[in-house]
Design a protein around this ligand. Sequence first.
Ligand code: ATP
Ligand code: MG
Length: 382
Amino acid sequence: MPRTPTTVTRPPAEHQAPAPDSDLFLQRTIDALSPHIAILGEAGEILMVNRAWREFTRGNEPEATEAGLGHKYLDVCRAAAGIDDQAWQIHEGITALLSGGRSEFHLDYGIDAIEGRRRFALRATRLAGAGPTRVVIAHEDVTQLERADDRLRHLLIQHHTQEDETRRHLARELHDVTAQKLVAACLLIAKADRVIGDDEPAISKSIAEARTLMEESLSEIRSLSYLFHPPLLEELGLAAAMRAYLDGFGQRTAIAMQAEIASDLPRLMRAAEMAFYRVLQEALGNVYRHAKSPVVIVRLYRHEAKTRLEVEDRGIGITGAMADGRLDPARAGVGLLAMKMRMEQIGGDIEVRTGAGGTRVCAVLPDRAWAGSLAPVSPARK
Ligand SMILES: Nc1ncnc2c1ncn2[C@@H]1O[C@H](COP(=O)(O)OP(=O)(O)OP(=O)(O)O)[C@@H](O)[C@H]1O
Ligand SMILES: [Mg+2]
């Protein structure tokens, strides 16, 4: 039976997709993307911009005509308020792209736009091929992301402050109240034991067991109180507190500890010593839980006007590092991010290097962070 011919309904010409290699196709494609996009020619002149670029330019530079088309991109950048100080970096980057010296260039920058301060991530890529050189520049608005990041940082800092306060409070309660009551109970029980003497061996046995349990609880409460708020840190400073902590950690975990702690370190402000101490605890906790390392090397020293704490293991390493072994702590787990936040809170930072040979977490605090508004603590502080 002959087939009924099917009728193909074509969309009207204006709705048809342009040919994939046409300028119109390219224009529609970049118009569909949200970053502000410009395509530059060989001399850095703007050949094409997308809708987001045009709308942003219209809002912020109403007098600009044609969104900079035909102008040199670098001149447009210089004219943009607020990024003059970064214009040289953009100049270097784009010049290198146009001359073929590099194929990609990234820069994060801020500008004062009509709706307030905004942050942008600039990504420029040279298109390699047989035709003339083209550079695609995309400015992505990352203001919301940055705000969310700032809020997260603020919350984490608040969380740390509250956590330190709660720990200090708990440590004091445990040490001054609960432990003292247990000591008193032990004394009373010892007295009862003496009164009973050898007359009631069954009761004496129970009393002896109760005493053992109470002494164990007392020792647990003291270690807990020490962990929550190390008294040596306040009294003798970071180096002494670290030595004591490392001894205990080595005994508890059977990981070989090597401590290289400089003997001539000045006292730091209380918050800085606490931050270093917490980083040590957290980093050692990670070695214990994740690294599978037989050894940890802990160094505390000063170098080039910075105090540095390094916790290095010979374990399995952390995945996700860059080719040179650096790992952004902000992109790892909450523990590493918290270490970074703690150090940033006092004007320092965390550097992580990792690989198949192990991991090194380094907390750095420049002197200038505590030499000005944050006065160093005198060695006589008690
Ligand atoms: N020294 C290390 N060696 C090997 N892997 C590690 C080491 N430190 C961290 N990691 C890996 O990195 C991840 C992130 O560590 P991070 O301390 O941020 O979080 P966490 O330890 O998993 O959780 P938390 O610290 O919040 O309890 C870990 O889950 C682990 O896989
Ligand atoms: Mg951790």
